[in-house]
Every structure is written in C-alpha cells, then in structure tokens.
Ligand binder design. Structure first.
Ligand SMILES: Nc1nc2c(ncn2[C@@H]2O[C@H](COP(=O)(O)OP(=O)(O)OP(=O)(O)O)[C@@H](O)[C@H]2O)c(=O)[nH]1
Ligand SMILES: [Mg+2]
Length: 283
C-alpha cells in the first residue's frame, strides 16, 4: 500500500511548483497569482529502493513494482478560510485521508511574486495555516459529536468509545492545540483517533521553499522554520521548488526521449541524488 501526502500552504508559495517537481510533470498549473489552483491535483511517483532491486535480482522477478507515493496539491488556504475567506476550506476534504501533510512555506524573497500577507514570514504563515487546520478539525468534530453523545446516552458502547476519544481532542483544539498533542494509551482509542481523519493529527513536514542559491544550506528564514519544527516535534526540509521543477521536467523529457530507464542502464546524473527527482533511475 502506498503512502499519501497532502500539500498545504498559503496561496502563491510554490505548492503546485513542488507538486510538479515531485511528479516530474507540468500537470499542475503553477502561476504567479494567488488561488491559481482550484481543483486538486493528484499525482503518484514511484519510490526507488535499491533493496527492492536486489530482491528482484535474487528472485529473478519478471517485474519490479516499486511502492508509490501519492501527492495531493490543493488550493491555498488564507487567514479566515474557515469563515469563507479566499476559496474557503471545503477543499480540505480532499486531504482528510492522507498519511502526512507537506506544508510548503515561502522562504524566498522575490518582489515579483505576490505574498497574500504582503511580507515574507514563514513562521507567521505556518501559524495561519495551522490555525485554519485546527478550526477545520474543530468544526468537523463539533458536528460529529452531537449525534454520538445522544447514542452514547442511550447505551451505545461504540458511540461512547468515540465520544471518549473526541472529548479530550475537542478540548485541545478549543485551547488552540493541534489534535496530535493528545495521546491515548490504548489501541482501541488510537484506532478511533486515527479514523477521525483530523488534519492536525497527521505528521507534518515543513517544506521551506528557498531561492536557488540557498538550496544546499537553507537561509535565515528556513532556519527559523527548522527551530519551530524542532519545538513542535515535526520535521523540515529545504527545497527550491522552482529549480527542482525545472530539473524534473527536463529529466522527464530526456527520459521520454529515451523511452525508459531500462534496458540501457543509465548513469548517475550530474546533480546529487538528494536533489534528483523521485523516479530517477540510478544504475
Ligand atoms: N522566485 C521563486 N519563485 C517561485 C519559487 N517557487 C515557486 N515560485 C513562483 O511562485 C508562483 C506561484 O507558484 P505556485 O506553485 O503556482 O504556487 P501555489 O502555492 O500552488 O499557489 P496557489 O495554487 O495559488 O495556492 C509561480 O510564479 C512560481 O513560479 C521559488 O522557489 N522562487
Ligand atoms: Mg497551486
């Protein structure tokens, strides 16, 4: 079974550009105006794994089917989205089922690319998005708990178990804390918690979108995001979505020209493996 990631962030920060880089396509329209994406873009990429190559070799398998990562690129969220600002928050339903959230944060300065908050501050932006995700979770739980409480009062055990999980999560959300801060120590409660599909219960990877020159080391803005991620127990990576998308598309075009990675056995490309597209074939 593959792993699914939902890509979130403010408008115009590079979400679709990153989606195109990851999927080696130009499938998602990426353009310099907020709310360019309206309908979600869904793409899958194969994850290269040298261990699988070795198993295929030993077992002399006819086919090698690598695991897949699915990415869902959705419309940008803005401050007040839960109250209908911008495009609202209805499209978050498209990422309720994902395993992890990739949160794209603008860490590049470029006066030609409009920022909806009119200044570049990735930590503030992260808080805006996290607040909107918490409000979406709060709204969804508040609607779901009412009928369950009635059932629980009438002796429905499953409903009672769900209410027992939802109640501390609601308290945390009302207190401005994400659902992931609530811990349960029994398996059944954890199963119910996972089934709630709360956006703020999912692990987050902050993708710091920096200018090309800072791809290797990051910059002062991405350093602040790394500090925030460490405090929260989340992770962060540095990317330059624009240059990654360019490389990925050039690489995909070359590969189409050659038909496939096999049977020629390609040489390692000039750029380091860490910045190579996910479906790059190394031999
Ligand atoms: N200078 C610079 N521009 C970038 C970078 N990444 C993306 N952009 C530009 O920023 C603009 C917005 O990029 P998108 O990928 O469409 O942004 P988005 O977050 O999907 O925006 P919405 O769909 O409107 O929410 C485009 O013009 C991109 O070329 C970057 O690393 N540096
Ligand atoms: Mg977009």
């Amino acid at each position: 079974m593959g792993f699914n990631c939902g890509i979130v962030g403010l408008p115009n920060v590079g979400k679709s550009t990153l989606f195109n880089a990851l999927t080696q396509t130009a499938a998602a329209q990426a353009a310099n105006y907020p709310f360019c994406t309206i309908e979600p873009n869904v793409g899958r990429v194969a994850v290269p794994d040298p261990r699988l190559d070795e198993l295929v070799r030993i077992a002399k398998s006819q086919k090698e089917i690598p695991t897949q990562l699915e990415f869902v690129d959705i419309a940008g969220l803005v401050r007040g989205a839960s109250k209908g600002e911008g495009l609202g928050n209805q499209f978050l339903a498209n990422i309720r089922e994902v395993d992890a959230i990739v949160h794209v944060l603008r860490c590049f300065v470029d006066d030609d690319i409009k920022h909806v908050e009119d200044s570049v501050d990735p930590v503030r932006d992260a808080e805006i998005i996290e607040t909107e995700l918490m409000l979406a979770d709060l709204d969804s739980l508040e609607r779901r708990i009412v009928p369950l409480e009635k059932k629980a009062k009438n002796g429905d055990k499953e409903a009672k178990a769900q209410v027992d999980v939802m109640t501390p999560v609601l308290a945390a959300l009302r207190d401005g804390k994400p659902a992931r801060t609530v811990a349960f120590d029994d398996d059944e409660a954890n199963r119910i918690f996972k089934q709630l599909g709360l956006l703020t219960s999912k692990p987050v990877v902050y993708a710091c979108n920096v200018e090309e020159a800072s791809t290797a080391e990051g910059n002062a803005l991405s350093a602040k995001v790394f500090e925030m991620a460490a405090r929260e127990g989340n992770s962060a990576v540095v990317i330059s979505a624009a240059i990654e998308a360019e490389i990925a598309q050039a690489w995909a075009a070359t590969r189409r020209g050659r038909n496939s990675c096999r049977p020629w056995g390609w040489r390692k490309p000039a750029w380091p493996a860490s910045s190579a597209p996910a479906t790059t074939c190394f031999t």
